[in-house]
Write a protein that binds this ligand. Structure first.
Ligand code: ADP
Ligand code: ZN
Length: 212
């Protein structure tokens, strides 16, 4: 299965892709996670990306596309199937992805648009904590880990993302509507779009995706 998850920040893309990875063995490629790892490792790419990410802006298409194209060249990714979380986020990126897949002789199964009212998204982002190691996501109010600050799945320390502060969250949501909403129309026009209601828990979103 080859999937793309599209949706505003806080819609639950990370949680759902972690479920798809754990249960179906799909390889998750999260552009946001990859950027955060590059920042942590203090690479040139990380330093560049950081300047945009800290303001909630998109990292330029050129470097983003190159970074994802490199990951998608891995034969294991092509063989096992994948979930792309956070890429493509612009129509340019979507066109580039089409070309990459075409060159590998593979097709996309579905582009899943995860849809949710905006107030729910804001509530989910405040209080969000995540695991750097396995990608599990918690919320201090609605879904706390069993032990404070420790991942239930892999026992690693949990962290709060620094782009989850309110001004940056607003900018990320704004960017979603201007840059990424057209990506949904793009996949609608190619016939691969599937819309799911993501306002309930991640399990029901997971069930809707796997049922389709
Ligand atoms: P969320 O979907 O919750 O906003 P992500 O972890 O997917 O968060 O992304 C965090 C940040 O990384 C984005 O706000 C953006 O700055 C950058 N980023 C991630 N993916 C892309 C992409 N495909 N193109 C450009 N920038 C990206
Ligand atoms: Zn973990």
């Amino acid at each position: 299965m080859r999937l793309i998850l599209i949706g505003p920040p806080g819609v639950g893309k990370g949680t759902v892709s972690a479920l798809l990875q754990q249960r179906l063995g799909l390889i998750t490629l999260s552009s946001g996670e990859i950027f955060r790892r590059e920042i942590e490792a203090e690479t040139d790419l990380g330093r560049l990306a950081q300047r945009y990410i800290q303001h909630g802006e998109l990292v330029p298409n050129g470097v983003t596309i190159e970074m994802m194209a490199k990951r998608l060249r891995d034969p294991a990714v092509v063989r096992h199937g994948f979930v792309l979380d956070g890429f493509p986020r612009t129509v340019k990126q979507a066109e580039a992805l089409d070309e990459i897949l075409f060159n590998h002789g593979i097709d996309l199964d579905k582009a899943v648009s995860m849809e949710v009212p905006e107030d729910i998204v804001v509530a989910r982002l405040s209080g969000r904590i995540g695991c750097t190691k396995c990608g599990a996501i918690y919320n201090s109010a609605s879904h706390p880990p069993k032990r404070e600050g420790i991942c239930d799945v892999c026992n690693s320390p949990l962290f709060v993302r620094d782009d989850d502060k309110p001004e940056t969250v607003r900018e990320r949501i704004r960017s979603f509507w201007t840059n990424t909403a057209p990506v949904i129309e793009y996949y609608e026009s190619t016939g691969s779009l599937m819309r799911v209601d993501a306002s309930k828990d991640p399990e029901s979103t997971y069930a809707a995706i796997t049922a389709a």
